[in-house]
Design a protein around this ligand. Structure first.
Ligand code: DGL
Length: 263
């Protein structure tokens, strides 16, 4: 099926984290209508095994394709590490956030970089793989965090400082990079707190790179919508009210609809 300019863009995540990608898209692609799905009933994906994650992912991709989106942004690092497994079987163009984050390291020619992400993302070594395919000299350090996505998806913000302290200490056992990728889309929600705990470190949020990659593809395929406003429809298997609250916290335009939808 040929994509049409008027179609929406699908953005998906295990939970609220992908809203950080919606925020970047609203800045760079303000004319694109977005349909979002966050699977908060099943968060965290990063502590599940591969087959369980893939089964959930295929249901979300089916939902997006039923809605006839022109492209899908996988705004979840954990899911993006399995891109090669699900993407070739789909008819819709799919963007990976890990590819976006790795691309930024290469573009900036960073000699070393740290990754904080879910245990699953770190164990796959996917960031290191994508970076080393292009530049094997980059030193990549990674520290998994099995709690932070859940903490943020459940709004337990008082637990954040202690969690970040431990996560950064785990990373610093390996090296002291000047740049750290927030390799889980939930983490930019508390980017300011990462910065407070690691003065002098630049924290990279791959969301903006992802929006840039999408813009380039939309332009190249004559699919970019140049209008100034857009619709945002949010679906979640969790609590829609919390998504509304986070949109306000992230200064995302008020969603046109907030609905509950089980997978
Ligand atoms: N936002 C997801 C990611 O980027 C969170 C993962 C999870 O559900 O554990 O990896």
């Amino acid at each position: 099926m040929t994509a049409k300019r008027s179609q929406k863009i699908g953005v998906l995540d295990s939970g609220v984290g992908g809203l950080t990608v919606v925020r970047a898209m609203q800045q760079l692609l303000p004319g694109e209508d977005v349909i979002y799905f966050g699977d908060s009933a099943n968060v965290p994906y990063g502590n599940k095994d591969r087959s369980e994650i893939l089964a959930l992912m295929n249901k979300i991709l089916d939902f997006m394709e039923e809605n006839e989106v022109k492209a899908i942004a996988v705004a979840c690092n954990t899911l993006s590490t399995l891109y090669d497994v699900y993407a070739p079987a789909r008819k819709t163009k799919i963007f990976s956030i890990v590819e976006a984050g790795a691309g930024r390291v290469l573009e900036d020619k960073l000699p070393e970089v740290g990754i904080v992400a879910t245990d699953f993302t770190i164990k796959t070594g996917w960031y290191a793989k994508l970076i080393h395919e292009k530049d094997p000299s980059v030193k990549v350090y990674g520290a998994g965090n099995h709690m932070l996505a859940t903490i943020l998806d459940h709004g337990r913000f008082d637990e954040v400082p202690e969690n970040l302290k431990q996560n950064l200490a785990d990373l610093w056992k390996q090296g002291r990079p000047d740049h750290i990728i927030l390799g889980c889309t939930h983490y930019p929600i508390v980017k300011d707190q990462f910065e407070e705990q690691a003065p002098g470190v630049t924290f990279i949020d791959p969301a903006f790179e992802m929006a840039k990659n999408m813009k380039k593809w939309l332009e190249e395929n004559d699919l970019l919508r140049r209008k100034k406003t857009h619709h945002l429809d949010i679906f979640t298997s969790g609590d829609p009210a919390y998504y509304g609250e986070l949109c306000r916290r992230l200064k995302i335009q008020k969603p046109d609809s907030l609905s509950q939808k089980s997978l």
